[in-house]
Design a protein around this ligand. Structure first.
Ligand SMILES: [Zn+2]
Length: 226
């Protein structure tokens, strides 16, 4: 978990948005390899082990239980990952530097290639389908109950089929900044808070419309001759 991403993380428990306090046991370069993230609001502690922050509810409070487990399948398709990274960069329109993008499930394998293509953009990998190591611009989080990211902070998100239920899409839309893009499988339902930009046989691309809505409301609330 890269230290630059700490300010964007959020507790996944149902309460008012809360930042997390990091307690570091081991740090390499600027990646926290082991430590804990504590929520000052509800007191939940989430472990970081092997660089992976574990927000799964059943994993919280499991103090000292070691790193979370993965399916340890090695990713043996670098060419496929490059293609996937190029596709993610294009669909998410990541042409400017900085910030971070969410890559959920099977998109996770493109994390390193995507970061290498871009200028100072972090990849926050959520529930990787196969083993993805944390570090070098890629940070890994596990979560069964929400996107552990503060509202409106992610530049965009690419979701696989596992993360394209209405619940995951709604949680992801909340995490993505205004006019940020979300990519999901072509057959996933598009919620009203997203506006469709493009669709092909594999994916749709939509952007969040939240800020537009609030600007309209403010404009409407203004007195007519102000
Ligand atoms: Zn909390």
């Amino acid at each position: 978990m890269h230290v630059d991403l700490l300010e964007f993380l959020s507790c996944v428990r149902p309460h008012e948005p809360s930042w997390l306090v990091a307690s570091v046991d081991l740090i390499e370069e600027r990646d926290i390899v082991s430590g804990r993230l504590g929520c000052p609001t509800c007191g939940t502690e989430y472990l970081i082990g092997d660089g992976v922050a574990d927000f799964r509810i059943d994993a919280a409070h499991r103090m000292g239980s070691g790193p979370p487990g993965f399916h340890d399948a090695t990713n043996a398709n670098p060419q496929g990952n490059s293609d996937l990274a190029l596709r993610a960069a294009a669909l998410l329109d990541l042409t400017t530097p900085g910030g971070f993008v969410l890559l959920a499930g099977s998109w996770s394998v493109a994390g390193f290639e995507l970061v290498a293509l871009l200028d100072g953009v972090h990849a926050l990998v959520l529930n990787p389908a196969t083993h993805v190591a944390s570090g070098y611009g890629v940070s890994v989080v596990l979560s069964s109950n929400g996107v552990p990211v503060r509202e409106g902070t992610s530049r965009g998100a690419a979701l696989d089929a596992m993360h394209s239920t209405p619940e995951w899409i709604a949680r992801t839309a909340a995490a993505v900044r205004a006019h940020g893009r979300i990519v999901a499988p072509a057959d996933a339902q598009i919620p009203p808070e997203l506006s469709l930009l493009a669709r092909d046989s594999r994916n749709w691309v939509a952007e969040t419309t939240r800020a537009t809505a609030s600007i309209v409301q403010i404009a409407r609330g203004r007195p007519a001759n102000a």
